[in-house]
Ligand binder design. Sequence first.
Ligand code: 2P0
Length: 324
Amino acid sequence: MKRESSMQEITAVASPSLALLKYWGKQDGGINLPATPSIAVTLGGLESRARVAFAPDGTGDLIVLNGREQPPHHFAPMLNELRQLARDDRGFVIESSNNFPTAAGLASSSSGFAAVAGAVARLLGLPTEPEQLSPIARIGSGSAARAVFGGFTLWPAGASCATPLHPVDFWPELRVVVVTVSAGAKSISSRAAMEATRRSSPYYEAWVRDAAALLEDGIEALASRDLEKLGVIMRRSYMRMFGSMLAADDPILYWRAGSLNALLLCEELRGRGIQAWETMDAGPQVKILTEESSVELVLEELHAYFPEKTPLVAAPGPGLRFVE
Ligand code: 2P0
């Protein structure tokens, strides 16, 4: 549905935030305040692009994602926060698109909300530094608090915003091989799944306690760019997150047969001395952390299991940026 909008237009681009240690569960007392601390890397080459303008007078927000109009309620809390900060009650026309699968467990909401937050803030004349945008983007989607930054980020438990840990060029050899096991949208949104885990999983409290205990070692392993050490901690984080989900009532199962095949392949590669450390999020996709020198080999081995797939290879990427 096309609507005329005012002339001024802003375009912003952001890349998804892949959690190495996971945010899963919300605290009370605010919107999307994390129950667990997370650390993450922003993935270069995968992009959400948001183009925004003011809506015609007297009309509300129109949000179009990948060509499809979205119900405005999901965006309303973040857009209302921006309107309030700017003391401007105009609506927005927002068109956003991703160059990678949407709502499939590739953190498209992190980059999507980061890009929209940035573009709307600039349109309203608000500050657009990542530090200032992080708590606003968080209101749209928790992980967007991290995606406004490039490189490596930390989002402490209960914090209203993420903070940068290391810049984009901190670990130039690091690569993330993304295996899109299934590109369809996920069966249950991460928001609903998080809430169901909190409400019904007998393992939820253990997950939250344990996630806090993993943090220091995770930060240390990342600081020393020790992929093996980081991989072991990453694996604890994602496996324990899924453990808490599997115990929910009804159980939450994002994995598919292909996910398990990719996990087993990583295990086999490590047995042969190749650093290939996987992680997964709210979807069936598998993201494999490795080093540049091993990428070719990892891709070759993956080809045997997934001959019809072409995995994406990402390096640490930049944070929110504007297209002039
Ligand atoms: C993360 N995920 O740390 C975790 C790990 C998925 C698994 O953040 O409800 O879209 O919008 O705050 O950020 C995905 O959930 O959830 C997510 P909301 P979000 O990246």
